[in-house]
Design a protein around this ligand. Structure first.
Ligand SMILES: NC(=O)C1=CN([C@@H]2O[C@H](COP(=O)(O)OP(=O)(O)OC[C@H]3O[C@@H](n4cnc5c(N)ncnc54)[C@H](O)[C@@H]3O)[C@@H](O)[C@H]2O)C=CC1
Ligand SMILES: O=C(O)CCC(=O)C(=O)O
Length: 389
């Protein structure tokens, strides 16, 4: 029986893939083998010793202490691209919310609910509508910072709206580069992108290197009146610097999915309650992908879409399987193979992959390994965690 503890609302379409005869799943599950969550924050929360994997049904993993878990051999998964279209569509809305006073106009019309004569209503609307005029996005330049799963879709979408698009991503993946239209102008630096853009949309992960990427200095590079969209994460933007730039008029508007008290109640700030990925389709995609990855890992030891361990997969034909993670240093694999040889276990197949400081191994053996063998493997210097699956 595998035990999965869930946090947040995980779409049923994924959860129903767990065969219930050998999976216990739910928020109250004790001694879980794995956690399945969305934005639930795991920093400062004790992790049960039983956990071997954490699956994030979504893209960002800044709610998970990945470095700490890596040292403990806990495999962290995410679901790359599964919610990208949902975010792209909300960014499209964000562009229009930032360029036309849709929110002001909507609130104004709502405030007229006590006028019951159509003629009188029409008169007030005609007299006041000039207060809510805006600009068009067509012909303007959108700068996209981060051209991964979401940024590349946003860039291509903006071209379809008739915008010019500039992109900046010093570590763009081959896959994202293939997706990107050749009409997107590649910028050499963030500063160059900011000074060329009327709108800027952020699509980078929240990591140490991107904390306050947008600050007083970088905001100063923006064209006067430019609009900033942040559907990535709160910490990428220095909110104090943004409010100062809004107050001075240098920044025309801030549209974000990440509310903070100082941002609320301002005319030129549009704040949404982190709903970028809140569509039925995205929630289902993320849930299905996360569940499939977890099951493949728990039942077969295969790793796909992990943010800390190397992708590792080996076909299975009924053999007994041992998996182990280790520090990526010489002699660990050799010592483990010696343990197997000393125990008369015949190796049928094996795979060894590394990523940075970590390595992961799948070894199929002909006969069932006894618990003493697993203990001996765990005792090899550099081995982090051992399982039989
Ligand atoms: N509002 C919401 O509900 C959602 C927000 N997100 C946020 O969006 C972020 C991006 O998501 P994806 O596009 O799926 O991730 P991704 O991993 O596919 O793309 C991120 C891209 O940012 C680039 N990058 C990293 N540091 C950079 C820097 N300093 N300057 C420029 N580019 C840089 C990377 O090379 C990569 O290509 C997530 O990490 C998450 O924080 C994701 C999904 C939903
Ligand atoms: O699960 C959610 O609603 C948040 C999605 C998100 O922010 C992400 O995937 O990074």
């Amino acid at each position: 029986m595998f035990r999965i503890r869930t946090h947040n609302r995980i779409a049923e379409r994924g959860l129903e893939q767990f065969p219930r005869d050998f999976y216990a799943v739910g928020p109250e599950v004790e001694e879980p083998d794995a956690l399945l969550l969305r934005s639930h924050r795991l920093h400062d929360e004790a992790l049960p010793d039983s956990v071997v994997a954490v699956a994030r049904a979504g893209a960002g993993v800044n709610n998970i202490p990945v470095d700490d878990y890596s040292r403990r051999g806990i495999v962290v998964f995410n679901t790359p691209g599964a919610n990208a279209n949902a975010v792209k569509e909300l960014v499209a809305a964000g562009l229009f919310l930032g360029s036309r006073d849709i929110v002001g106009g909507f609130n104004f019309v709502q405030s007229l609910k006590n006028i019951d004569q159509p003629n009188e209503l029409a008169k007030v609307l005609e007299a006041e509508k000039k207060r809510f005029s805006g600009t068009e996005v067509a012909g303007k330049t959108l700068g996209v910072v981060g051209l991964g799963a979401i940024g590349s879709l946003v860039a291509n979408m903006a071209l379809e709206l008739g915008m010019r698009v500039a992109g900046y991503d010093p570590a763009i993946s081959v896959e994202a580069a293939w997706r990107l239209s050749s009409r997107v102008e590649k910028m050499d630096s963030l500063e160059a992108l900011l000074s060329a853009s009327d709108f800027v949309s952020l699509h980078v992960p929240a990591i140490e290197q991107t904390r306050h990427l947008i600050n007083a200095e970088t905001l100063a590079r923006l064209r006067s009146g430019a609009r900033l969209l942040n559907f990535a994460r709160e910490e990428i933007v220095d909110a104090g610097a943004v409010t100062a730039a809004l107050d001075s008029g240098h920044l025309g508007a801030y549209v974000t999915d990440f509310p903070l008290p100082g941002l609320l109640g301002r005319d030129n700030v549009i704040v949404l309650p982190h709903i970028g990925a809140s569509t039925r389709e995205a929630e289902e995609n993320c849930s299905v992908m996360a569940v499939q990855q977890l099951m493949d890992f728990l039942q077969h030891g295969n790793i796909r879409n992990s943010v800390n361990f190397p992708a590792t997969r080996m076909a299975r034909d009924g053999a007994f399987r041992i998996t182990f993670s280790n520090d990526n240093v010489p002699r660990v694999l050799g010592s483990v193979l010696s343990v197997l040889a000393d125990s008369n276990l015949n190796v049928l197949d094996m795979v060894n992959r590394s990523r940075g400081d970590l390595a992961y191994n799948i070894i199929d053996v002909e006969t069932a390994p006894e618990s003493g063998v697993l203990k001996a493997i765990a005792g090899v210097e550099g081995v982090i965690r051992v399982r039989t699956v």
